[in-house]
Ligand binder design. Structure first.
Ligand code: CTP
Ligand code: MG
Length: 171
């Protein structure tokens, strides 16, 4: 396989994690996951930016993405079960990584929505890759490529969401 097709397959693989990470900005809102509770440091556990609706909406959209992907490229997954399981783990991992990121941001005294370079762009991806690995792994060069390129895609997507009026800040 040439490097370009290897790279494109890597992004095809990771797509449910992107969808899961991006959809809460549209479907999120309502009750925060931490229920307003605070950690020992007196700061919020996660903050108002992490809601149940965003979490489950993101997992649902990401998982459905995998179903659509299976019907486009069945050979890449082998069977529907693998495609759905992979998409679910990528989506759940992405949202879990996002929660861990917010937990760490609150501990670092960063308010909801404050940028944390590195954590915001890669936390979700590292968790998604880790959870999905046992079902179907990327090669190490594919992992490296998505880790290097994702921050740029993340910034581009957030700038777009800001321009569309979906987000109040461009990060
Ligand atoms: N969102 C949500 N539920 C989630 C994740 C995100 O409802 N589990 C929504 C929130 O409206 C959030 C927006 O998507 O404000 C953007 O997500 P993100 O940038 O991850 O949250 P921030 O508001 O920046 O909060 P934090 O500082 O905790 O990252
Ligand atoms: Mg943010």
């Amino acid at each position: 396989m040439g490097w370009l097709s290897s790279l494109l397959w890597a992004f095809w693989y990771i797509l449910p994690a992107y969808v899961a990470n991006g959809s809460p900005v549209l479907v999120g809102g309502g009750k925060p996951i931490d229920g307003g509770r605070k950690w020992r440091d007196g700061k919020r556990l996660l903050g108002d930016g992490k809601t149940w609706r965003g979490f489950f909406g993101g997992v649902a959209f990401g998982t459905v993405t995998g179903v659509v992907q299976y019907f486009i490229t069945p050979g890449f997954y082998g069977n529907l079960r693998t495609a759905v399981l992979l998409a679910f783990l990528l989506s759940f991992g992405a949202l879990l990584g996002d929660l861990i990121g917010s937990f760490l941001k609150r501990r670092a005294n960063l308010p909801r929505g404050a940028p944390a370079i590195g954590l915001d762009q890669l936390g979700f991806l590292l968790a998604a890759l880790t959870l999905a690995y046992p079902v179907k792994p990327l090669t190490s060069s594919q992992q490296l490529a998505v880790l290097i390129l994702t921050p740029f895609i993340h910034w581009g997507a957030n700038y777009f969401a800001y321009k569309m009026g979906w987000k109040s800040v461009p990060w």
